[in-house]
Design a protein around this ligand. Structure first.
Ligand code: GLN
Length: 487
């Protein structure tokens, strides 16, 4: 059961081979047993979860099941879920029980999915290694000495270790794709605006986008069908006719043009990652794809532009945590200002404080034009680079991350080195495009390598089609970490 696809699980539930209570119980047990070791979950609440599973069983018995009814899904602790502790990986929200559901949670609830638990993450989704969580780092199931990537590290590691069939994540600069790559699982960041940000705790609102993490592209398609949808409560939510993301999965790849950006294969890319990605591209050729070279000349500017824009938005979004309305408040203070200052100094971790300072600085009078405005212009140039590339190809392919998972602690003292982990993913967010990562082999130390596919706006079905055909021809996505194989 732990290796079954979502479609197989749905069939087993509909055919009464297993109940949701049994299935959910199985994954709950695995999650509880593994958590002291991997630290994937901030909150597990078996009673609440099993009550939802029993409700799903009643729904199935009444013949009212939908594709996800009765299937447990873990959610990144950035999604507000009614009655659940929702911490965003921060001490600031360590006492926050959400009174409402995020749109994504509403969608999963409506589909009958069961909330398995809330997954660990970098504080306020700032990070690439999960080491910025107030709840401690997550360990990579492939190697306990390695990071799982971030910021959706708990979700990716939980899927890799078969603690849950699927999970949600969010991706502001790579936080779905990079941990998926480092943990050897599949993840997709949709076109900006497809998944509502309502109830998804804000980091950098013009970049934040929710998406699924699972073991295969076919599973991602099923999950995306549940997550995508217009929501009037998110002002950037797109109103489009619903589309079935599974419909193109089996299409032939004959003649599909794959663009390889020269800038993704140069300096900075580890040899082991390059080798696995090259082989994956050879497989895509065998499947009928045509490969063309493209250029994204402003790639090297994506990190500096992002680290102006994202902190600027974060400094504004995080101003709401003042110790008054909700969240952490310092125990002792002299007056109101002292209370604000101490609550924020104690409630936020070092990386979050660093970004608030950077963001406040680049938005300040006198620096706004030099930094913020300049970064907005670069953002536009990056989007133009992609538009030019998509005149020559249908999908862009390359590595997700420049290296395999690094050791815990290896980059923790060097923020710039950490920021470079997202060199191939951040441009996609700046342009608002969809991107996915699927496993394509192993590099140094037997650690997984991810292949990134980038699509044009609303190209999700085509990307999932290419990923699915690749997964039918290869078995990287079926491999699982040794210690986690027990049924
Ligand atoms: N690693 C990047 C950051 O630290 C991206 C994080 C994300 O996508 N949420 O901001």
């Amino acid at each position: 059961m732990i290796n079954a696809s979502l479609t197989e699980l749905a069939a087993a539930l509909a055919g009464k081979k297993i109940s949701s209570a049994e299935l959910t119980g199985l994954f709950l047990e695995r999650a509880q047993a593994a958590n002291p070791r991997l630290n994937c979950f901030i909150t597990l609440d078996p009673e609440r979860t099993l009550a939802q599973a029993r409700a799903a069983d009643a729904r199935l018995a009444a013949g009212k099941g939908a594709p996800l009814t009765g299937i447990p899904v873990a959610h990144k602790d950035i999604f507000c879920a009614s009655g659940w502790l929702t911490t965003c990986g921060s001490r600031m929200l360590s006492n926050f029980v959400s009174p409402y559901d995020a749109h994504v949670i509403e969608r999963f609830n409506a589909a009958g999915a069961v909330i398995l638990g809330k997954t660990n993450m970098d504080e306020f989704a700032m990070g690439s290694s999960n080491e910025n969580s107030y709840y401690g780092p997550v360990r990579n199931p492939w190697d306990a000495g390695a990071v799982p990537g971030g910021s959706s590290g708990g979700s990716a590691a939980a899927v890799a270790a078969r603690l849950t069939p699927a999970a949600t994540g969010t991706d502001t600069g790579g936080s779905i794709r990079q941990p998926a790559a480092l943990c050897g699982v599949s993840g997709i960041k949709p076109t900006y605006g497809l998944v509502s940000r309502y109830g998804m705790i804000a980091y950098a609102s013009s970049l934040d986008q929710g998406g699924p993490i699972a073991r295969s592209a076919a599973d991602l398609a099923v999950l995306l069908n549940a997550m995508v949808g217009f929501d009037a409560r998110d002002s950037t939510s797109l109103e489009r006719a619903p589309e079935d993301c599974t419909r193109a999965l089996e299409h032939s790849l004959d003649g599909l043009r794959i663009g390889l950006p020269r800038e993704f294969f140069g300096e900075g890319l580890s040899a082991d990652v390059a080798r696995a990605v090259d082989e994956a591209i050879a497989s895509l050729r065998t499947l009928g794809c045509r490969v063309v070279e493209v250029s994204l000349p402003n790639t090297r500017l994506s990190i500096p532009a992002y680290y102006v824009l994202a902190p600027a938005e974060a400094s504004s979004n995080l101003a709401r945590y003042d110790g008054v309305r909700y969240g952490y408040r310092t125990a002792q203070y002299d007056d109101l200002l002292d209370m604000y200052m101490k609550s924020r100094a104690e409630g936020f971790g070092a990386e979050v404080r660093r970004r608030i300072l950077m963001g406040t600085y680049v938005l300040s009078h006198g620096y706004y034009d030099a930094y913020y405005l300049q970064a907005q212009k670069i953002r536009r140039l990056i989007a133009r680079d992609f538009a030019a590339a998509f005149e020559r190809c249908d999908l862009i392919a390359g590595p997700t991350s420049p290296s395999v998972a690094f050791n815990l602690g290896a980059r923790a003292q060097d923020p710039v080195q950490m920021y470079l982990s997202d060199i191939y993913t951040i441009g996609v967010n700046l342009a608002g495009l969809p991107g996915l990562s699927i496993p394509c082999g192993f590099g140094e130390g037997g650690r997984p390598v991810g292949l990134q596919l980038i699509g044009n706006y609303f190209g999700e079905s085509r990307m999932l089609n290419a990923a699915h055909r690749y997964q039918q021809a290869t078995d990287w996505h079926l491999r699982q970490p040794d210690g986690e194989a027990r049924p």
